[in-house]
Design a protein around this ligand. Structure first.
Ligand code: DGY
Length: 320
């Protein structure tokens, strides 16, 4: 009998084809909307493998209610939506998609640095809503990137690529906060978190979300930053205390924030962050390039194929 794979959203077809070529039966959620928890649980019954999105919550109860499940692969590098400890105890390997989205996500972080520091939001509004009456010699002033200091919180793959882009393209000085010393990272200086916050012009977050990193950046931390500084988050919204960020932005404690991630997602349109002219917000598009999403689809497929053969996944996050 054919092994069965369920994909919770429509993804680029390359990986789907790869799995079908291997003789797997692949079923894709045809609604192309995130399924509610209980609906997903019902649909996954009888499937051997599951490809999840970062919006699918896969907790211990879910896993226990799917005894036939042999492998899961998240269509993301972050996997905080999956209880990997429970998966390990149940013998289920969990995969993710590292490397293939590094470039795309670092590009979004860099884009946010420029958009937030150069007032793209208010400038674009002024251009489109009729406020643009003449060229303004003192209007829309922002902060340059060249020669400034970038503080990277979490110098993993994406943080390193952003650091490399900023060092090469903008001659920026790089400092980082990380549990471990990173070698060969463009002369980057390792600092404790408080020093990094105080001494950086741009601070970019690249940490996984877990109990240690949840609300790591609150009002106390933001208050340590320069008033001219820009805070960037392309990791997970919950790493910043968002109410504190709103307070900081309203009181101009920092110059601006550029966010590809929020808490919750989607962020309700009436949320106070949208009223902050110094907050540039994107709807979690870090990995949204054709190239990255194609390679993510191939990598999740390879993870599933390996898992169904009883082999270690190409990118496996739990130890089994
Ligand atoms: C991921 O894949 O975890 C990132 O959020 C991409 O933006």
């Amino acid at each position: 009998m054919k092994k069965r794979v369920y994909i919770t959203r429509s993804i680029l077809s390359d990986g789907v084809q790869l799995m079908r070529d291997q003789g797997l039966e692949v079923v894709i959620n045809d609604q192309d909307l995130p399924l509610p928890y209980s609906e997903l649980l019902t649909r996954v019954q009888g499937f051997d493998a599951l490809i999840t999105m970062l919006s699918d919550k896969i907790d211990e109860s879910f896993l226990k209610a799917c005894p036939q499940l042999k492998v899961i692969s998240n269509y993301a590098v972050g996997y905080n939506n999956i209880d990997t400890n429970a998966a390990t105890l149940l013998g289920i390997p969990v995969g993710n998609t590292p490397d293939v989205l590094t470039e795309a996500t670092a590009e979004v972080a860099l884009g946010l640095m420029i958009a937030a520091s150069r007032n793209f939001l208010s400038a674009n509004k002024s251009a489109s809503d009729g406020a643009w009456k003449n060229w303004d010699p003192t209007g829309h002033l922002g902060h340059a990137l060249k020669g400034k200091t970038l503080g990277v919180i979490g110098l993993g793959r994406i943080g390193q690529r952003l650091a490399q882009m900023c060092a090469h393209a903008f001659s920026m000085k790089i400092q980082y906060y990380s549990q471990s010393i990173k070698e060969n990272t463009f002369g980057a200086i390792r600092l404790d978190l408080n020093s990094l916050l105080k001494e950086s012009d741009f601070v970019s977050i690249h940490l996984p979300l877990n109990n240690q990193t949840k609300k790591l950046i609150g009002l106390k931390e933001i208050s340590m930053m320069k008033r001219s500084a820009v805070l960037i988050n392309t990791a997970r919204g919950e790493i910043i205390d968002q109410d504190d960020l709103v307070t900081a932005l309203k009181n101009n404690l920092i110059f601006a924030a550029g966010l590809d991630v929020t808490d919750p997602e989607p962020l309700p349109i009436e949320h106070e962050l949208f009223a902050c002219q110094n907050a540039f917000i994107l709807p979690h598009i870090g990995s949204a390039t054709y190239e990255a999403r194609r390679d993510m689809s191939i990598l999740v497929a390879k993870n599933i194929i390996a898992g169904l053969k009883g082999e270690r996944l190409i990118a496996q996050v739990n130890m089994l």
